[in-house]
Design a protein around this ligand. Structure first.
Ligand code: FES
Ligand SMILES: [Fe+2]
Length: 368
């Protein structure tokens, strides 16, 4: 009895440490969901990066993004109307040009004030998704960080995107930890046998490669997933293998946009490859059940994120994935571009092989 008590006292305590969350938001492309959600001719407001943005399609077809708070007297431009390639504020009718953010019309003034300009945000459409570029220094997006094309998005052999949104009440680093968190696949998602797990970090890309059996998703068959972050907030997963003995292939979208330092919006999407000869109805039903299953799996993570604290010094064991290296990769997006330490963007490959017969290739998903 006394020996047990003595050994208990001898174990040192690990105290959780956490610095305040960063004041800035990550530099990089952030996905705003389906581009078609913004092409109805109306302005749409969105809370993101600690402010509000307005998104609309101009008459030339291009989607534009501006700060939503009108600098005249602060109204939300999202309540206004699209006119030409600009947006007219509902409060006093000032019109803001969507390309350069300059006010080009005030219905009741002879002279437009010289500082009447509003911030514009670089955007792009890729894979039928809309993206906005955030850079606290105001630089334009570098070409080498362009979002890669996913051919299945444009193929009739695949379903359309099915996307759901969640609001998560925590800092978005909690989501990023997932890249390296091998152990939670067993405890949270019911993977019965992860036989291979690896992480590849390289420049602005971070990839998780996993082979495992999952009774909930794959019915005991093995699934390979290659899940790649392109930048701080947009992850694409290529999943293939068997489900209930039948070959399956899917693409998953996991993207987030920070609302503020303590909450973020998460978009989770699925594209499924149709079986040959499958009717549209059968395909829709398959996509629906697939979305429900994968969505449920995400819900399992959400419960955890809503009930955890930030921890800068996680107490890891030898079976954990490279959580610290992963966070180092993620830190690059919070430095000024010219000040990013080379250490954070260098190629690193960390592998946990539990005896797989044939290893998957160490590569990023849809890298082209
Ligand atoms: S607040 Fe927008 S025009 Fe006055
Ligand atoms: Fe998870």
């Amino acid at each position: 009895m006394s020996a047990v008590m003595k050994s208990e006292r001898a174990v040192p305590l690990h105290t959780i440490e956490a610095a305040p969350v960063p004041a800035r938001f990550a530099r990089g492309w952030h996905c705003l969901g389906l581009a078609s959600d913004y092409t109805d001719g109306k302005p749409h407001s969105l809370n993101i990066f600690g402010t509000r943005l307005v998104i609309f399609q101009g008459e030339d077809g291009a989607i534009r993004i501006l700060n939503a708070w009108c600098p005249h007297m602060g109204a939300d431009l999202g309540l206004g109307a699209v006119e030409g390639n600009g947006v007219v504020c509902k409060f006093h009718g000032w019109r803001w040009n969507g390309s350069d953010g300059v006010c080009d019309h005030i219905p009741y003034a002879k002279r437009i004030p010289p500082k009447a300009r509003i911030k514009t945000w670089p955007s792009c459409v890729q894979n039928k998704l809309l993206f906005v570029w955030n850079d606290p220094e105001g630089a334009l997006p570098p070409v080498e960080q362009a979002i890669p094309r996913i051919d299945p998005v444009y193929s009739d052999e695949w379903s359309d995107w099915s996307i759901v949104n969640w609001t998560i009440h925590n800092n978005c680093r909690e989501l990023i930890d997932n890249i390296a968190d091998m152990a939670h696949f067993v405890s949270v998602h019911g993977s019965t046998n992860v036989v291979y797990f690896a992480n590849l970090f390289e420049q602005h890309k971070a990839t998780q490669i996993m082979v495992g059996a999952n009774d909930r998703l794959g019915g005991g068959d093995y699934l390979t997933t290659i899940a790649s972050y392109y930048g701080p907030a947009y992850q694409i997963t290529h999943m293939f293998g068997k489900m209930g003995g039948v070959p399956v292939e899917s693409v998953l979208l996991n993207s987030h946009t920070p609302i503020d330092q303590n909450s973020f919006e998460l978009r989770f999407g699925v594209l499924v490859k149709k079986f040959p000869g499958m009717s549209d109805e059968a395909c829709d039903a398959m996509v629906k059940s697939y979305v429900e299953l994968t969505n449920k799996a995400f819900g399992e993570d959400v419960d955890i994120w809503h009930n955890k604290v930030r921890i800068d010094n996680p107490l890891l064991c030898d079976g954990d994935g490279p959580v610290y290296q992963n966070r180092q990769w993620y830190e690059q997006f919070y430095f000024d571009a010219a000040a990013v330490p080379a250490e954070l963007t260098k190629r690193r490959f960390v592998e946990i092989d539990k005896g797989i017969a044939e290893k998957p290739e160490a590569r990023h998903a849809f890298d082209n």
